[in-house]
Unconditional design. Structure first.
Length: 253
């Protein structure tokens, strides 16, 4: 594909089948990519974990402790941001290896290149393909809209991230205490505005995790229900203030 942006694919060494599927899907659209070896959180030492994951921040920012998988996922995305900075890329696409393509990537790339606003991070997929209330929509062309949700979408399946944004995210997450998608949602902490380019040409494949995993997660949520509600309320207030500012970026062009 001519003039395609750099595409990074986050993939665990043991996830060979996911790598195979991802390679085939991107090759079908003539899209090249660079693999980011994902970090397996279960193999990290305590020192490696404490280098970036802060229990003190976690107690303030999130309703429960992060699991090893969540810590590894966050560190893997930091590797992708570092690549963007090291390679001095104007922007790059960062994919997790559970994506599937439902549209033309070349249309996504050309639309991003045509954006007239000073965007920072674009969501190109939604967690488990969920929807969320929209604050502002601006038509970009006949196919795509630039969308500001009332609260940024969860998940990090597919995102476009600029050079300056990658630097900002790295600075903001030198120490972290919540999952990577929750941190990206907190735009008042990172200073990074989050928009979505819709309709999505990329989707997350299937449902994440098993029914047993989902049941365990529900038990954890019930255990920490009060702290979670307080966190959500605080986030809601901060999201409202931030989206009031972010909508001006869309409406001004």
């Amino acid at each position: 594909m001519l003039n395609q942006p750099k595409v990074f694919l986050i993939n665990l060494a043991k996830s060979t089948e996911r790598l195979k599927k991802s390679s085939e899907r991107l090759a079908a659209q003539n899209t090249q990519f660079e693999r980011i070896p994902a970090i397996d959180g279960t193999k990290l030492t305590n020192e490696e974990i404490k280098a970036h994951y802060s229990s003190q921040l976690n107690s303030k920012q999130y309703y429960r402790n992060l699991g090893y998988g969540e810590i590894g996922c966050f560190l893997s995305h930091r590797l992708a941001w570092q690549k963007i900075v090291e390679q001095k890329l104007p922007y790059a696409i960062v994919l997790e290896d559970d994506f599937q393509l439902v549209g033309d990537l070349s249309a996504v790339f050309s639309t991003i290149d045509s954006l007239k606003c000073d965007w920072q991070l674009l969501k190109l997929a939604a967690y488990q393909n969920r929807t969320r209330p929209i604050k502002v929509t601006k038509q970009v062309n006949e196919q795509f809209d630039l969308v500001l949700h009332k609260r940024p979408l969860t998940g990090c399946c597919a995102q476009a991230i600029t050079y300056e944004t990658a630097k900002r995210l790295l600075r903001a997450t030198e120490q972290f205490g919540c999952p990577v998608d929750t941190q990206i949602q907190r735009t008042w902490q990172t200073g990074v505005s989050v928009y979505s380019l819709m309709p999505f040409m990329i989707q997350q494949e299937g449902k994440v995790g098993s029914e047993i995993t989902a049941a365990c997660q529900n038990q954890v949520i019930r255990k920490h229900i009060f702290k979670r509600k307080v966190q959500q309320l605080n986030d809601m207030v901060n999201h409202y203030k931030q989206t009031q500012k972010a909508q001006n970026t869309i409406l001004s062009w």
